[in-house]
Design a protein around this ligand. Structure first.
Ligand code: IMP
Length: 200
């Protein structure tokens, strides 16, 4: 099976490669938009995870109609910041070209400035997949936890080093792929997608 992943995010791509190989077997080929000679990712100007996931995944499906194409739009939401912040803006929270470190620093800073005491947080993921014959799959998943007061751990990407999953004491960046590939929002989404695509 040939999969094209609608992302330029190295962390997401690496997770998708592992998750799809585990779910569909070692003969899967996983490619990403980085391999397309001419491809300009469309602006993610939707108002929901679903809309943004569709925008990015459809753009790749248009140039790879014969393949399975998968994309996700994901983000982190902090209850004490009003529930859905930074949400769909997670990748650009500290600015259009912000690094993961800058986004994490802004999140911690905003929580301090606003005196947020409820550190409950949630990763949300909307995965969209298109089969070679154009069938659309939509999967929504979540991973619950809390925002740590400081960073810890070196693994992962994005907000991993400041997110402690529920019932755990370490951050996702300390727990690493052994945890994320089983329990993360993306892992749950790929597992559910495989279940639906393989009718298992
Ligand atoms: P997207 O490419 O617009 O979906 O960006 C999602 C953003 O949400 C990423 O750039 C990260 O900042 C954050 N994010 C999504 N999933 C994860 C994750 O598994 N770990 C850490 N951060 C994540």
């Amino acid at each position: 099976m040939e999969f094209w992943i609608a992302t330029t995010n190295k962390g997401k791509l690496s997770e998708f490669k592992t998750l799809l190989t585990v779910a569909f077997g070692t003969n899967v080929q996983v490619h990403s938009t980085n391999e397309l000679p001419v491809f300009f990712p469309p602006p993610e100007n939707g108002t929901s995870y679903l809309e943004n996931a569709r925008i990015k995944t459809k753009a790749v499906k248009a140039v790879k109609p014969e393949a399975w194409v998968i994309g996700d739009d994901s983000g982190i939401e902090v209850k004490g910041l009003g529930g859905n912040i930074p949400g769909i803006h997670s990748a650009r929270y500290a600015g259009p070209k912000a690094s993961d470190g800058e986004n994490r620093a802004k999140l911690i800073k905003m929580m301090q400035l606003k005196g947020v005491s409820d550190r409950t947080a949630c990763f949300k993921c909307c995965l969209i997949a298109y089969s070679p014959d154009g069938k659309e799959y939509i999967i929504n998943t979540e991973l619950h936890g809390v925002i740590a007061s400081k960073e810890s751990g070196q693994m992962g990407f994005g907000y991993d080093s400041i997110f402690i999953p529920i019932n755990e004491t370490k951050s996702l960046a300390e727990l690493g792929p052994a945890f994320k590939n089983k329990f993360s929002h993306r892992a749950l989404a790929v597992k559910e997608f495989a279940k639906q695509a393989l009718l298992i």
